[in-house]
Design a binder for this molecule. Structure first.
Ligand SMILES: *Cc1c(COP(=O)(O)O)cnc(C)c1O
Length: 321
């Protein structure tokens, strides 16, 4: 069951809780990129996080707030990617035992990354939905705290600190583009923008090859959609009630981009911003490229949300010369 929507006070608490563990990430602009787009573009570099993605902000906030008495019982979550690394990283930081359930045929590199953080990986279920059902059952049996990939106020207020950093450094931003999978990042952006920069538009971005969050937001109800995107971080087949509720209230727009457009933006980040991004981490730039005429002469923030590109993705990014 979703917890209740976090408040700006929760975001400020989260900023205080994560500060000892995560330095503020840089936000840079790149003149050649600005010139090509005709937009002053500020890139928030979450690719520099220790786990290679922004989600670790949520994981640390969640574990930091966990009552002392619950810690020994451990946490259990289900994920294939960056959420798993976030929870495993935070659990190690606070000395909490951690189990991650991954659906069958997981990416071996991701299994290795989670295990290297000291978490136990269990492979179960054909899909994320089945992995989640299994996870709920064993968490109950073993007395672990079950951590949802998105329906948790501590995850949303934790990742919202990214937007607190962005908008306190640059309250003049006309818009921010936020990549959306489950929607915690976009929900966090909405909370912060509403409170500290109400004129700044918050625009979600998803792949048209996995549009469950986008379609749910437009429909005003939770819908399922096929998942055919190569962008791991954006690949969710269903929508999550807690972030969707916040987005429904405060999100200003929601763009869809194709995987090809995302791949082109991933190359642009590499060549013009000397930044290695994973596909999901380039979606915000892809949406800005598509909307550059609308934002001509404006100042726009985009999030490079992660850098965990696997070997197959890297091969396509750098075709043999
Ligand atoms: C998870 C993830 C996203 C999407 O974030 P949500 O909070 O699930 O919407 C975007 N980019 C990367 C790199 C991610 O790992």
């Amino acid at each position: 069951m979703p917890t209740t929507s976090p408040s700006m006070t929760d975001v400020l608490d989260a900023a205080r809780l994560i500060a000892p563990h995560l330095p503020r990430t840089p936000m840079w602009s790149y003149p050649v990129l600005d010139g090509r787009l005709g937009v002053r573009t500020l890139v928030k570099h979450e690719n520099t996080q220790p786990t290679g993605a922004f989600k670790v902000r949520g994981g640390i906030n969640l574990l930091a707030r966990m009552p002392e008495g619950q810690r020994a019982a451990g946490v259990l979550t289900y994920s294939t990617g960056n959420h798993a690394q976030s929870i495993a990283y935070a659990a190690r930081l606070f000395g909490v035992p951690c189990t991650v359930v991954m659906p069958e045929n997981p990416n071996p590199a991701k299994v290795a990354a989670v295990e290297a953080l000291g978490a136990l990986v269990e492979v179960k279920g054909a899909t994320m939905v089945e992995a989640g059902e299994y996870a709920a059952g064993v968490a109950k049996d073993r007395g672990n705290r079950l951590v949802s990939p998105a329906d948790d106020a501590a995850l949303i207020s934790g990742v919202a600190t990214l937007y607190l950093e962005m908008l306190s450094d640059h309250p003049d931003l006309d818009a921010i583009f936020v990549p959306v999978g489950a929607g915690t990042g976009a929900a966090g952006a909405c909370l912060v923008a509403k409170a500290v920069a109400p004129r700044c538009r918050v625009i979600g971005v998803q792949s048209s090859q996995a549009p469950a969050a986008h379609d749910s937001w437009r429909a005003g109800e939770l819908v399922r959609r096929p998942m055919r995107t190569a962008a791991d971080g954006l690949a969710t087949g269903s929508a999550y009630p807690l972030p969707q509720g916040i987005m429904r209230r405060d999100l200003d727009g929601f763009a869809l981009v194709t995987d090809d457009e995302i791949r082109a933006a991933q190359r642009l980040l590499l060549t013009e911003a000397h930044t290695l991004s994973e596909l999901a981490g380039a979606a915000a730039l892809a949406a800005l490229v598509a909307a550059k005429d609308e934002f001509a002469g404006r100042t726009v923030g985009i999030v490079c949300s992660g850098a965990n590109a696997g070997p197959a993705e890297l091969g396509l990014l750098l075709p043999a010369a």
